[in-house]
Design a protein around this ligand. Structure first.
Ligand SMILES: Cc1cc2nc3c(=O)[nH]c(=O)nc-3n(C[C@H](O)[C@H](O)[C@H](O)COP(=O)(O)OP(=O)(O)OC[C@H]3O[C@@H](n4cnc5c(N)ncnc54)[C@H](O)[C@@H]3O)c2cc1C
Length: 390
């Protein structure tokens, strides 16, 4: 019988999934996950357990205190977390991006500052501050800036929608440190690691209808300071630094989509078997079987594309178009899968006790973050040799 669990992967990957599944069943049972989502709370115990199991360090250079692993491992762990609590998976992806970014020089500088092992163990939490009130997709237009004054960085500006900043010790801020070069707006942007516990920083929670457990925040920098050696990578080349992690970021985002889609389809199928109408289970109605079949096909097609993209990354082949398609297809498929699940569950899907309503709300993020699916389509348009549209 076909199921929703991936059927074509190495046994070690299956073992990794089982390990994450049992860790979460212990630390974050479904009722607890729903309660955290409802209250908009961070799953601190589960995070600590992920750190203790070495899972927060995935993607980080082992020589610098990370736990290594492949992109495929990281996607599988992300999917398993998203099945239980998608908001926590958003935070997990942020941590994974930090692991990879800090490893740009083999992790040497991050190791010297002791960040990587502390983030990997869960002792130190970090955030990524790129989006601002007036810029999301058009990131190169950002306004937050930093200057050197009295031998340290001084920052002014605002970041918005920043995951987990209320719990973080540092935020990696993309900001303008130097003027843009003519026709190269990306030049002059740098990544600075800014301590959040200081008078020049204010962090407020913002409350969303989806991904509530991710802990979304706004951050104000009002002459906030950071030591000079908190520059990550080269001055003025922050976009190039972040670009190195983009392929993995997209497949991890697709991993969140797979997790939400798989969990929603499992709930959908259980409801088709259990709910009765007109003298038998509603799953005997052909219209409802077709919807579930479409969802299984959507999920499996997304997974195949994600696997192809992951293999390209792992083999060191050009992966941009593949990771873009994986992110796009998995996100759009998941939006359809949760919609079909909600239709089949009718009132029961809207009930607060049902995780289906959480998946339905959380799946919205997969259409526009960390990069909007329209921008992904722009990238694919260019890959097809068509002129840049923006
Ligand atoms: C739960 C959550 C967590 C987040 N976490 C973080 C985080 O940790 N760090 C962080 O920096 N950000 C974070 N974000 C922000 C996220 O990355 C942005 O929402 C995303 O980049 C899109 O930006 P925007 O929302 O400003 O949309 P906009 O950029 O304003 O886009 C609006 C619409 O215009 C379309 N559009 C824009 N430009 C083009 C174009 N050239 N061609 C075609 N269509 C276009 C978009 O597709 C979209 O439909 C988070 C957001 C949420 C909701």
């Amino acid at each position: 019988m076909l199921g929703t669990r991936p059927f074509e992967e190495p046994p070690e990957r299956g073992d990794l999934r089982d390990m994450v599944g049992s860790l979460l069943a212990r630390e974050l049972p479904p009722d607890r996950a729903l309660a955290l989502d409802r209250a908009g709370l961070f799953a601190a115990e589960a995070w600590a357990a992920l750190g203790a199991a070495g899972l927060l360090g995935l993607g980080g250079a082992e020589s610098a205190g990370g736990t290594g692993g492949t992109a495929g491992d990281a996607v599988a762990v992300t999917e398993e977390i998203a099945r239980v609590l998608p908001g926590l998976a958003v935070d997990y992806v942020t941590c994974g991006m930090a692991m990879r970014m800090l490893g740009h020089d083999g992790g040497a500088a991050a190791a010297a500052r002791g960040w990587l092992p502390r983030i990997a163990s869960g002792e130190m939490i970090c955030s990524f501050g790129m989006s601002e009130p007036d810029v999301g997709t058009d990131l190169l237009n950002l306004r937050t800036s930093a200057r050197v004054e009295d031998g340290r960085w001084v920052l002014r500006g605002q970041k918005l929608w920043i995951s987990l900043a209320h719990k973080a010790g540092i935020v990696f801020v993309l900001c303008r440190t130097d003027p843009p070069e003519e026709k190269r707006r990306s030049r002059g942007l740098s990544v600075l690691a800014v301590p959040l516990d200081q008078p020049g920083v204010t962090v407020n929670r913002v409350h969303l209808a989806g991904m509530r457990a991710a802990g979304t925040c706004e951050i104000y920098f009002d002459d906030a300071v950071a030591p000079l050696d908190h520059l990550v990578g080269e001055r003025g080349r922050g976009m190039a630094l972040l670009a190195q992690t983009l392929d993995v970021e997209r497949v991890l985002a697709a991993g969140i989509s797979l997790g939400i889609g798989r969990a929603a389809l499992d709930l959908h199928l259980a409801h088709l078997r259990e709910r009765e109408a007109f003298g038998g289970p509603i799953g005997r109605f052909q219209a409802l079987q077709h919807a579930a079949a479409d969802s299984l096909a959507d999920l499996s097609a997304s997974r195949a594309l994600v696997n192809t993209a992951v293999r390209a990354i792992e083999d060191g082949r050009p992966a941009t178009a593949l990771t873009a398609m994986a992110k796009l297809v998995a996100g759009e498929s998941t939006a359809r899968i949760v919609d079909r699940g909600m239709r089949a569950m009718a009132a029961h899907g809207l009930a607060e006790e049902s995780a289906m309503q959480m998946y339905f709300r959380d799946a919205r993020l997969q259409l526009f973050s960390p990069v909007s699916n329209d921008m992904i389509r722009n990238i694919l348009g260019e890959s097809l040799g068509l002129p840049r549209s923006y």
